[in-house]
Write a protein that binds this ligand. Structure first.
Ligand SMILES: [Zn+2]
Length: 372
């Protein structure tokens, strides 16, 4: 086991929930402190409150990983007599960094929305609204046949040639490469100012655009030539599709009120608000943690019988009624399912990496509402 610093821990987290999954303008990432310090414990929380920071101090945490960014709108000052300033002050005084993973964690496979869909025991879960896809790229390299096998192998190790459930996919064709080394060159094959002919292989591989730099690095490292001849271009297809919200099926259809009971039980909330007829049959369920007011039409278009989401507005509820879409609002705090979900996932990843760091799920409820 080795001690990891903040950068290593966040790199590990972002290998699962990368920043580029976040919706535009979302203020995610490091918000308070720095990541150069060694991390023994990380507190995972939905929100950062003074009580949560105190909990982090009590558990000897050097980092708080929060779903809701504590600094959501840009600060005009850092007065410590304001609620946010007070939280930042307490963190700084105790060398605690705060890192926010918001919509990127909603989108990530196994993130907030998958955790909610699993808690509701949905089956055949898919994405409700696609927000991210990567373009597929193609690389064609001309390499002497003597070096083609090593190069193909190294490109595959760098992630090239993954298609569905297959890896190491490539295509080769044989041909003749020609070149004349000029003064100042240092050719791997051939003589200065002499036209050379080499039996070469054209190796073609596809890959996701996010892997481009890693694959080009492998290509330059394992190609013998001083000047590598290659073509690279973007294809008209996308991969690694990700998105926000989930939609899935109940094993057995339930009435809306029966399903509402299930939501209360599974998401551990004392009450839910319901839009729709009590006896309406529910089979297809859309779920979107947090504020899903903008996703009424999306859920309807996706064929959902009901949308489970928080912070439902009066007029949006009326719009849903008109559309014939049922809605169940269990509150925004159900997203606290992320506390244990993230802790379990990150403790597994830390174990694989042999990091001694432990992720602790905050035991403080940040639900501001009480029901009477
Ligand atoms: Zn939220």
């Amino acid at each position: 086991m080795k001690t990891a610093n903040g950068h290593e821990i966040i790199q590990l987290f972002e290998s699962w929930s990368p920043k580029f999954f976040a919706l535009e303008g979302d203020p995610i990432g490091l918000q308070v402190g720095q990541l150069n310090r060694q991390i023994q414990n990380v507190l995972v929380t939905l929100d950062v409150t003074l009580q949560v920071v105190q909990e982090a101090i009590d558990h000897n945490c050097q980092l708080i990983l929060a779903h809701h960014p504590p600094i959501y709108r840009p600060l005009k000052n850092l007065r410590t007599d304001t609620p946010t300033g007070n939280i930042v002050e307490l963190c700084i005084k105790h060398d605690i960094a705060v890192y926010a993973a918001h919509t990127n964690l909603d989108v990530a496979p196994g993130g907030v929305n998958d955790l909610l869909a699993e808690a509701l025991e949905l089956q055949k879960i898919s994405i409700l609204d696609e927000t991210y896809a990567e373009s597929v790229m193609k690389l064609a390299i001309f390499v002497p046949t003597t070096h083609s096998e090593v190069l193909r192998h190294q490109l595959a190790l760098a992630g090239a040639g993954q298609i569905g459930n297959y890896d190491s996919c490539s295509f080769s064709s044989l041909g003749t490469g020609r070149f004349q080394p000029l003064d100042g060159s240092n050719p791997a094959i051939g003589q200065l100012n002499t036209l050379e002919q080499v039996e070469e292989e054209k190796v073609e591989v596809v890959f996701e655009s996010s892997k481009k730099s890693k694959i080009l690095k492998a290509m330059y490292e394992y190609h013998p030539y001083e000047e590598v001849a290659f073509d690279i271009w973007e294809l008209d297809s996308k991969t690694n599709n990700q998105g926000i919200g989930r939609i899935g099926l109940l094993e057995q259809p339930l009435s809306l009120d029966e399903f509402a009971e299930k939501v209360k039980e599974q998401l551990k909330v004392p009450f839910v608000r319901i839009v729709g007829d009590a006896t309406k049959s529910i089979r297809k369920v859309a779920v979107l943690g947090g504020d899903g007011n903008k996703y009424i039409q999306t859920a309807k278009r996706a064929g959902a019988d009901v949308l489970v989401t928080g912070d439902l507005y009066f007029h949006v509820a009326q719009e849903a009624q008109l559309l014939g879409l049922s809605v169940i609002d269990p509150g925004h705090h159900v997203e606290s399912v992320m506390k244990s979900g993230v802790s379990v996932k990150m403790n597994n990843l830390c174990e694989e990496k042999k990091y001694s760091c432990r992720f602790i799920s905050s035991s403080i409820s940040t639900e501001p509402f009480r029901v009477k």
